[in-house]
Design a protein around this ligand. Structure first.
Ligand SMILES: Nc1nc2c(ncn2[C@@H]2O[C@H](COP(=O)(O)OP(=O)(O)OP(=O)(O)O)[C@@H](O)[C@H]2O)c(=O)[nH]1
Ligand SMILES: [Mg+2]
Length: 348
């Protein structure tokens, strides 16, 4: 199972109440106020970790509350602070406000944390309120409530290369040939329902991550097919590989397919239109009309976009593809736009 957006309520722990107490000791009459302070409430903290791959653990646990602080005690003893609640999230999780408009945190590094709700301060005990004219204060402060808010968590996978194309273009097959990932492959559209990641060995002890996302069709930005909701997972890719099936299996035209994919990308986010890319013609082993491949290649040249033809089934062109992707990946910084406000929801 994979879940990439969820709304949660976070509540910091309440501060413990201050204590009202007086010193009672032998030989010290009227010992004076001795009520200790309440403990602080715990915080709710999100922490990015590679141990998580999805936000699934929050599907049935939407209310995240840290422990309350303990009340203060006599003899000026401070109450114990509440434990903070540390909530693990996958790398690439963005924290938005309830409306999904303001980005509050972008957790991209292992161990990076964000304090989502602070615990309340503990109340002061009556020991604090003694003055020259008020020797025996019979009051103390209550603890402060913890912060409470509704937040929207949105996962955007951190892959280097995003594979985009029509359903059945051969995206999952390619991933299964160049990485150890074993996504499902099928000769029907929408075999892939959720994104998969694969780690590709690029030689020289270097590797990069490819994201295989569900296929796009015309009108995806309006929600057709599986829509564009998985495109957020390629928002941060350094390079996009646009896969186009050049066999005539699907009865479509490769040049039109490429135009449709480009259009859907731009309609989702025009910044994607400027991302480095490579056009990859797939299934050359099943090429029954060579002119289809030639036309696609000419179209890529016309747009000055690098082009490569492969057959994942025969393993042709894969080394060259990995090499070219690696070169672009290692030369291009990651696009992690901090002002990024694509939470999947339109501002209200
Ligand atoms: N002849 C041939 N068939 C291929 C090649 N690559 C993939 N296929 C076939 O094309 C079909 C679709 O492949 P997938 O890898 O599932 O395609 P996809 O792009 O991941 O499809 P969705 O997940 O539905 O978006 C399968 O039947 C594959 O066996 C290839 O290089 N040559
Ligand atoms: Mg697939």
């Amino acid at each position: 199972m994979f879940l990439d957006e969820v709304t949660v309520t976070v509540s910091g722990g309440k501060g413990g109440a201050g204590c009202i107490a007086f010193r009672r000791e032998k030989f010290i009459p009227r010992g004076g106020p001795a009520g200790g302070d309440g403990g602080r409430g715990g915080d709710v903290i999100f922490r990015a970790t590679t141990a998580e791959n999805t936000l699934l653990r929050y599907r049935y646990r939407r209310s995240l509350a840290a422990e309350n602080g303990r009340p203060g005690e006599g003899s000026e003893r401070t109450g114990r602070s509440g434990e903070s609640l540390v909530c693990p999230v996958p790398l690439g999780t963005q924290v938005f406000d309830e409306d999904g408009v303001h980005l509050l945190a972008d957790l991209v590094d292992e161990g990076q944390t964000f304090c989502a709700a602070r615990g309340g301060r503990g109340g002061k005990g009556n020991a604090h309120f003694k003055t020259a004219t008020r020797q025996a204060p019979r009051f103390a402060q209550p603890g402060e409530p913890g912060e409470r808010r509704v937040l929207r968590l949105v996962l955007k996978l951190l892959a280097d290369v995003g594979l985009v194309g029509y359903p059945n273009a051969g995206k999952s097959t390619l991933v299964s040939r160049i990485s150890a990932a074993r996504p499902e492959i099928g000769d029907y559209p929408f075999t892939t329902l959720v994104p998969n990641l694969g780690v590709v060995d690029a030689g020289d002890d270097r590797s990069f991550v490819v994201a295989d996302i569900p296929g796009l069709i015309e009108g995806a930005h309006r929600g057709r097919g599986l829509g564009d909701r998985f495109l957020r997972h390629i928002e941060r890719c350094r390079v996009l590989a646009l896969l186009v099936d050049v066999s005539s299996h699907e009865g479509r035209d490769p040049v039109e397919d490429l135009a449709t994919i480009e259009r859907e990308l731009a309609l989702y986010d025009e910044r994607l239109a400027a991302r480095p890319r490579i056009v990859v013609a797939t299934k050359t082993d099943a090429l029954d009309e060579p002119e289809r491949l030639a036309r696609l290649e000419r179209e890529a040249a016309r747009k000055s976009v690098p082009f490569l033809a492969i057959s994942a089934v025969r393993g042709e062109g894969l080394r060259e593809l990995v090499g070219r992707l690696a070169r672009i990946v290692f030369e291009t910084p990651r696009t992690a736009d901090p002002g990024d406000n694509h939470s999947g929801r339109e501002p209200r």
